[in-house]
Design a protein around this ligand. Structure first.
Ligand SMILES: Nc1ncnc2c1ncn2[C@@H]1O[C@H](COP(=O)(O)OP(=O)(O)OP(=O)(O)O)[C@@H](O)[C@H]1O
Ligand SMILES: [Mg+2]
Length: 308
């Protein structure tokens, strides 16, 4: 159980005297630094007055570092008994979830099963919940649509809300990392879908998050661009080692990218499996096909079989 009960709507959290462990960086990240949420607003921007030692309904918010020593190893996400209802409709129903530091977890689930709801909660944008929510304070969310501000150039979008003297150089470096060196002054309207999503990735990356949550980030891209984005994401993860929670409808994408795959059904995780396939992961590998079949069955999808 958490020793600290925090409310941090945007992920910002100020260590209090009651939280001696909070100032100690862990493998889950330097908890205590500013966070980035769904709209990529730096926590500092919205002010520390949103943070307090309050109880929010029956929910408890904090960071994994708030858990007492010895409870569990460092994690980027630790959720226990999370419930979220919209009126009479219970979308998340006592959900338990742990994402280890540096782990890449893919989350599958039927449309309407609550995947985006979960990400919104973990991003700090929804606190109408019950349960324990411990999440790394430095986190970023990337959505299916890049959500770039049209009146700000690529670089401006990347560094939006950041402070410091080296902000521009950090933004340039992040753009270079996603293959957009030289496009700093491009307006969003002049960027392709893939380029826009690269800017969104750079915007997440520049904040050096301990946890990156992606909500169907490549769903709107064509197949070729998607393959390139997979390679880019894998490379970025190798370099920066954030924990990743990756929501997708694409079972193959999940198997190609993730260390572990979860399926959300009726408000809980109904299935989870590590992906123990050697690299490079090939669709032709029987183990790949086997895992795909199990996942599709769990999702209630019947595989098309070759009738020829
Ligand atoms: N603000 C809201 N008010 C009322 N109902 C909501 C709200 N947000 C989400 N819901 C409902 O919660 C359920 C889960 O929605 P959510 O967006 O999390 O699904 P999802 O798993 O992300 O689906 P998809 O795969 O289609 O993106 C849906 O039935 C949705 O209608
Ligand atoms: Mg969704």
């Amino acid at each position: 159980m958490a020793t600290r009960i925090l409310r941090h709507l945007t992920g910002a959290a100020t260590p209090t005297a009651a939280t001696p462990t909070a100032a100690t960086p862990t493998a889950a990240g330097p908890l205590g630094a500013g966070a980035v949420g769904a709209d990529q607003v730096d926590a500092d921007q919205v002010g520390a007055d949103r943070v307090g030692a309050d109880r929010v309904g029956d929910a408890r918010f904090g960071s994994p570092a708030d858990a007492p020593a010895g409870e569990e190893p460092a994690a980027a996400v630790r959720v226990r008994g999370l419930t979220r209802a919209f009126g009479p409709r219970v979308v998340l129903d006592g959900l338990d979830l742990t994402v280890a530091s540096g782990e890449f977890v893919a989350l599958l689930g039927r449309s309407g099963s609550g995947k985006s709801t979960l990400l919104r909660i973990l991003g700090g944008f929804d606190d109408e919940v019950t349960g324990d929510v411990l999440v790394a304070r430095r986190r970023a969310v990337v959505f299916q649509e890049p959500r770039l501000l049209p009146w700000t150039r690529a670089l401006g979008n990347v560094v939006l809300g950041l402070r410091g003297t080296d902000v521009d150089s950090r933004g340039r470096a992040a753009l270079a990392e996603v293959g957009l060196a030289g496009r700093e002054r491009s307006w969003p309207v002049t960027l392709s879908g893939g380029e826009s999503q690269r800017v969104a990735l750079a915007r997440a990356l520049v904040r050096e998050p301990d946890l990156v949550m992606l909500d169907e980030p490549f769903g709107a891209l064509d197949a070729l661009t998607r393959i390139r984005m997979h390679a880019l994401l894998q490379e970025l993860c190798r370099r920066h080692r954030p924990a990743v929670l990756f929501v997708t409808h694409d079972v193959d994408e999940a198997i190609l990218l993730a260390d572990r795959i979860l399926v959300l059904t009726e408000g809980r995780l109904s299935f989870q499996a590590p992906v123990a396939l050697p690299a490079p992961r090939l669709r032709t590998d029987p183990a790949f096909a086997d895992l795909r079949s199990r996942l599709l069955a769990e999702l209630g999808v019947q595989e098309l079989t070759d009738v020829h």
